[in-house]
Ligand binder design. Structure first.
Ligand SMILES: *Cc1c(COP(=O)(O)O)cnc(C)c1O
Length: 474
């Protein structure tokens, strides 16, 4: 494709995307396609002749769009907000169009240096001190893996890097709460700790937070048994309930046993753009590393996960590799982001953030986050005021955890579970909204996660009416 052909086809694609976004509301939120039905729409063998751009766009309409659950839909209340603001989509297009290669500073200096500056802008915007240095990973899962690799090295005096975990005379242990995200067991697995060395600390009480006492007890028990606490992963906004672990107290407990402290604020990091929310990670300056995802609520299109550390030398000493073909005369004066993570080749991800901040402006983002938090409070109050409905956990952010408890099922937990799953499924099939069922204390509940970019109060009123209809008349 020549640049002139791209100019014409690109305009067609941009028009198509604008139409798609502006008509999203007319579509069902959840796809109605069953397993395998999308594969069946595609020819079994690859195209042999080129086709027109219009044909490709028709294929998007025919094959792709019907097979999507529309997380950009204003009725979407599932999982977590996974916004892809169009300003950041333009940054993504710029990144792809430039086609830069980030394997070293020299391979694309602007890729490295814009990322350094944008990460520093983001640091300022969430009120972190300048002791933190950041990079952009694909996901929080990668960021947490990197954090646990660093923790492994610190706990072994930097010997696991050479001798592997077999060089450690004692088992190294990771701690996280029973509300922690599945990326933490995954990272513990990949970093070589082993599932038996992940301590799941039980949370108690209505807020589902890990307490410093419980953490300290778990760490002492391991030390008494000859094991070494290596890292504590603190959740600021845990996945199911947005539970908020007390960062300052947990950090003090972790420190007293020499463990690395990693803060997982994947969802809640966006809220730190609001000064009034920063109490939620009070004490974060005592941590060693932290991650949060602008690609969730803030709305920078995937994959944009920020990872910050305080000691970059420690990080680089764990992850640096020095192949001769990447040596250059500027080594030592520049940042080599390949030594901050897993991948060698990197995309120009910072453009997505830069475009969003530049084109939308931080104030409009803050206004939207405040709107969502107010909407979540409205929804929680509305649910709590409705007979036979319960709000199960506090609502510090934008997620409301609910259960419908008909009087006839109040004392039959299994039947109540079946009822919850049935109405959640019926609501999703109806297509006005999309919600996620999840377990809390071993029992099913439904999470209503407010925060899609287009969700206004009237969408929530409509979603709530649909939820009541299917739950109360199931
Ligand atoms: C979404 C989420 C993650 C995982 O994020 P990815 O970027 O998809 O890896 C981790 N932790 C928490 C608390 C989350 O909400």
């Amino acid at each position: 494709m020549t640049p002139e052909e791209f100019r014409i086809a690109g305009h067609q694609l941009v028009d198509w995307i604008a139409n798609f976004r502006s008509t999203l509301e007319e579509r069902p939120v959840m796809t109605t396609m069953g397993p395998g039905s999308i594969r069946a729409l595609l020819p079994p063998s690859p195209p042999s002749e080129p086709v027109s751009m219009q044909t490709m766009l028709d294929e998007l309409d025919r094959v792709v769009v019907p097979g999507m659950t529309h997380v950009q839909h204003p009725g979407f209340l599932g999982f977590f907000p996974s916004n892809a603001t169009l300003s950041s989509v333009l940054g993504d297009l710029a990144s792809s169009g430039l086609g830069g290669l980030g394997i070293s500073w020299q391979s694309c200096p602007s890729l490295t240096e814009v990322e350094e500056v944008v990460c520093d802008w983001m640091r300022q915007l969430v009120g972190l001190s300048d002791a933190w240095k950041g990079t952009i990973h694909d996901t929080a899962s990668t960021a947490t893996l990197v954090a646990l690799l660093c923790a492994r090295e610190r706990a072994t005096g930097f010997t696991a890097r050479t001798g592997g975990l077999q060089s450690s005379p004692t088992a190294l242990v990771i701690y996280a709460s029973d509300q922690a995200h599945s990326s933490i067991p995954k990272a513990a697995l990949l970093a070589g700790y082993g599932a038996h060395n992940l301590r799941i600390v039980s949370t108690r009480g209505p807020a589902y937070a890990m307490t410093a006492d419980a953490l300290d007890d778990a760490m002492r028990a391991d030390i008494d048994a000859g094991r070494t606490p290596a890292a504590v992963v603190i959740a600021v906004g845990a996945t199911a309930t947005t539970a908020i672990d007390p960062v300052a107290e947990l950090t003090a407990a972790a420190r007293s046993h020499g463990a690395w402290v990693h803060v997982d604020a994947a969802l809640a990091g966006s809220a730190m753009l609001l000064p009034e929310c920063r109490w939620m990670w009070e004490g974060v300056e005592g941590a060693d590393s932290l991650t949060w995802n602008p690609h969730k609520w803030m709305g920078t299109v995937l994959d944009t996960s920020l990872f910050y550390v305080r000691d970059t030398e420690e990080l680089v000493s764990v992850l640096a590799t020095d192949p001769s073909y990447l040596k250059s005369s500027v080594d030592g004066q520049v940042t080599q982001y390949r030594d901050w993570g897993v991948s060698l080749g990197r995309r120009f991800r910072s453009l997505k953030l830069w475009f969003q901040l530049g084109l939308d402006g931080v104030e409009s983002i803050q206004t939207r986050l405040r709107r969502d938090m107010a909407n979540a409070q409205w929804l929680a109050a509305t649910v709590a005021d409705t007979p036979n409905w319960q709000v199960l956990t506090p609502v510090p952010l934008q997620t409301v955890c609910v259960r419908h408890v008909p009087t006839s099922l109040a004392h039959d937990a299994d039947a109540l579970d079946a009822h919850t799953l049935a109405w959640a499924e019926a609501v999703n099939r109806a297509g006005l909204t999309y919600i996620t069922a999840s377990k809390l204390d071993g029992r099913w509940m439904v999470r209503l996660s407010v925060g899609a970019e287009g969700t206004e109060r009237h969408h929530l009123e409509r979603a709530w009416a649909s939820i009541r209809q299917y739950a109360e008349h199931a």
